[in-house]
Design a binder for this molecule. Structure first.
Ligand code: ADP
Ligand code: MG
Length: 250
């Protein structure tokens, strides 16, 4: 579902991604960990067309992201085609990013009605299903400010699912939450993983990574330092940088 081959990204003179190679198979969950500034968000943003890679190749479901290839040369994708690819990718951010002046339900039906041109009644029915799935059937008419952080994040997950994505990206989805609200969001993510969704999750929730992830990748300084089975990697990290990082967060 995701294949990164020596992906590089720089902002001017700052090389943020220095050749990321990894693969996420359909139905797999990959957890990405690493110190602040190591390039985790930038990597997710490249997958989701919010940044364009400068070198290397990035594929989602077999499609080159951001470029098309012709006679061995790469051409930047037309924004219309990039938007089409992006529709199939759901992203959940640390700070929820819900529209504050719209209810939970209105937040969820926005993209399906505007982008997918779904009939409002169909979008509403689907939104209610998704609200029930994230445990918020009774909050359809609540505004974000009336919801806890954990509830807002669950609405944000429902909103992403409303576009029927084939891939879900999570960028520290529980980092902004009070500790007692973390579990309810991780619970929804756990169920999503169990349902077969392909997921890339930037998180420092090691319990979640250990139990849910198929792969754990430790990034530092724009490179993959170490990757593997989460239980093995956590129990027996091979690289000094991984050991130092884990000893700081565990
Ligand atoms: P992480 O998510 O691992 O904390 P980021 O991907 O957010 O790391 O950032 C990696 C580095 O890239 C940081 O040094 C950050 O300041 C820099 N960076 C991220 N986005 C931009 C941008 N749009 N312009 C310039 N520098 C950026
Ligand atoms: Mg980040």
């Amino acid at each position: 579902m995701v294949r990164a081959e020596r992906v590089c990204k720089n902002f001017g003179a700052l090389n943020v991604l220095k050749g990321i190679t990894l693969e996420v198979k359909r139905g797999e969950v990959l957890c990405l960990i690493g110190p602040s500034g190591s390039g985790k968000s930038t990597f997710l943003r490249c997958i989701n067309h919010l940044e364009r890679v400068n070198a290397g190749r990035l594929y989602v479901d077999g499609d080159l992201v951001g470029y098309r290839e012709k006679n061995g040369k790469l051409y930047e994708l037309h924004p219309r085609d990039a938007a089409k690819q992006r529709r199939d990718i759901g992203m959940v951010f640390q700070h929820f990013n819900l529209f504050p002046h719209r209810t939970a339900l209105e937040n969820i039906i926005e993209a399906p009605t505007q982008v997918k041109k779904l009939k409002r009644a169909d979008a509403v029915a689907r939104a209610r299903e998704l609200l029930a799935r994230v445990g918020l059937a009774d909050k359809a008419d609540a505004y974000p400010a009336q919801l806890s952080g954990g509830q807002q994040q669950r609405v944000a997950i429902a909103r992403a699912l409303a576009m029927d994505p084939k891939l879900m990206l999570f960028d520290e989805p529980t980092s902004a939450l009070d500790p007692e609200l973390v579990g309810e969001v991780l619970g929804v993510m756990r169920e999503l993983a169990a349902s077969g969704m392909t997921m890339v999750v930037v998180t420092h929730e090691m319990g979640f990574a250990r139990e849910v992830a198929d792969q754990l990748v430790f990034m530092d300084g724009g490179v993959v330092v170490e990757a593997g089975d989460p239980r093995e990697l956590l129990a027996n990290p091979q690289q000094d940088r991984t050991k130092a990082f884990l000893s700081r967060i565990l």
